[in-house]
Design a protein around this ligand. Structure first.
Ligand SMILES: Nc1nc2c(c(=O)[nH]1)N[C@H]1C(S)=C(S)[C@@H](COP(=O)(O)O)O[C@H]1N2
Ligand SMILES: [Mo]
Length: 422
């Protein structure tokens, strides 16, 4: 047990401590040095001779590469779509908010095309005065903007709709979620250059993969903040993310962010493609379907602790997690340790950016008591993450996509962590 923690009063039930303690750094677990002289003489192998040179493209330390890969969809769950490539971000292994490019989640319905960047073209046509096309080189010459945004598949956390939800590892239940610093050309710039006709209302975006995935985007959104992204975390897009160019619709469901973008057709009506009719729509209890539910709802999850670890020692832990909203900035995250009876406000790590992952933290004293931990987020527009019951009351149980209910972790007396209902 941490010596200092006992003197701080709880701010909510079952051991939640004041978030301001984190600013004081009171979670020390350093081990007392017995003899400083003995430690100074102890020179490990790697100090005995000079080290190696760096590689031109750096890689994680060997052990980390083995430990921290993307998580593949179990083959039996991919049987219905054998061409699909689907991998999850290992949220349980990462800290901070930016996803390393090599660990970005990946969903490619017809696999990843091998595109020659010199031959690839993006065509902008339809209801415009001047149809245009762009190569990668020509797009490079535009002025580019830089924004940090999350990307989430609306199928992320689909198991939340099941009652009870299965105890899948965190990466598997929540890992269709990543965030990057994206650099690209504002779509508004290109639309302006093409001169859009007054009757235009939608843009049909199409990818250069074999299935030509296509989606309809409201023109209003396109003019507001959509980007043709060329760079991800400072380097060119990875093939998995849509190299050499992808559409990014900040805050909109993952599927609408068309990768390997080859065509933007301006129209007056949506195209009603497969991925906006039979998929990514939500069948309500009365048999009607929600369609074009593009904006991702406010959501959060505790990433530490999680169900791939066990709490080993009693003492003060930092509960840490991620919150995000497709509508704007996260305003507040609250955490419970008693299954929702009482809640305490978590610390939000700065900067809190619009439609970006926000990391929250709160200290918690665990002395071996059973607990149910959970988080609930609220965004700057007052949207609040609902309980599962409230969500089911509004949407029924036919849905597969767009689950954003409060998620809980049960902690047992022996420190085991499992998925729990709140
Ligand atoms: N051309 C094309 N774009 C696509 C897809 C695809 O299969 N083909 N998958 C979509 C889906 S379902 C999601 S969730 C996101 C995933 O983006 P990522 O693979 O970069 O994480 O891309 C979307 N864009
Ligand atoms: Mo998706």
């Amino acid at each position: 047990m941490n010596r200092t923690s006992a003197s701080f009063a709880d701010v909510a039930g079952n051991g939640l401590l004041d978030r301001r303690l984190l600013l004081k750094g009171l979670l020390g677990t350093g081990i007392l040095v017995a003899s400083t002289r003995a430690m100074g003489n102890d020179q490990p192998d790697w100090m005995q001779k000079p080290g190696r040179r760096a590689k031109l493209y750096g890689m994680p330390a060997a052990g980390e590469l083995e430990r921290t890969g993307r998580v593949a969809l179990p083959p039996q769950l991919n049987a219905s779509a054998p061409l699909r490539s689907l991998h999850f971000t290992p949220l349980d292994k990462l800290r901070g908010t930016i996803t390393p490019a090599g660990l970005h989640f990946e969903l490619s319905h017809q696999g990843i095309p091998n595109i020659d960047p010199d031959q690839h073209k993006l065509v902008l046509h339809g209801l415009v005065n001047r149809p245009l096309y762009f190569s990668l080189d020509s797009l490079e010459r535009y002025s580019m903007s830089t924004h940090c945004h999350f990307l989430e598949c609306s199928g992320n956390t689909t198991t939340g709709w099941q009652d009870p939800a299965p105890d899948h590892p965190l990466a598997f239940s929540h890992g269709l979620l990543s965030a990057s610093e994206w650099v690209g050309v504002p779509l508004a710039t290109l639309l302006d250059e093409a001169s859009v006709l007054p009757e235009a209302k939608w843009i049909i975006a199409e990818g250069a993969d074999s299935g030509s995935l296509s989606r309809s985007i409201p023109l209003q959104k396109a003019l507001q903040d959509c980007m043709i992204v060329l760079y991800q975390n400072g380097e060119r897009l990875r093939p998995e993310q849509g190299y050499p160019m992808r559409l990014l619709n900040p805050g909109f469901e993952g599927n609408s962010n068309v990768k390997w973008l080859r065509s933007l057709k301006v129209t007056d009506t949506p195209a009603m493609t497969r991925f906006e009719t039979s998929r990514y729509t939500d069948l309500l209890a009365d048999g009607k379907a929600r369609q074009f539910s593009l904006k991702m709802d406010v959501k959060s999850v505790i990433t530490h602790p999680n169900n791939s670890q066990q709490l080993q020692q009693k003492g003060v832990y930092e509960i840490s997690g991620l919150a995000w909203s497709g509508s704007g900035r996260i305003r507040k995250v609250e955490v419970t340790a008693d299954g929702g009876k009482s809640w305490a406000k978590a610390l939000l790590d700065e900067p809190v950016q619009s439609r970006m992952l926000t990391r929250f933290r709160l200290p918690w004293r665990w002395v071996g008591q059973p607990a149910v931990l959970a988080s609930r987020a609220e965004d700057e527009h007052g949207n609040r993450q609902p309980t599962r019951d409230a969500l089911v009351a509004a949407r029924g149980t036919n849905s597969f996509y767009h689950y954003n209910g409060i998620h809980g972790w049960g902690v047992s007396a022996s420190g085991e962590v499992n998925q729990a209902d709140v």
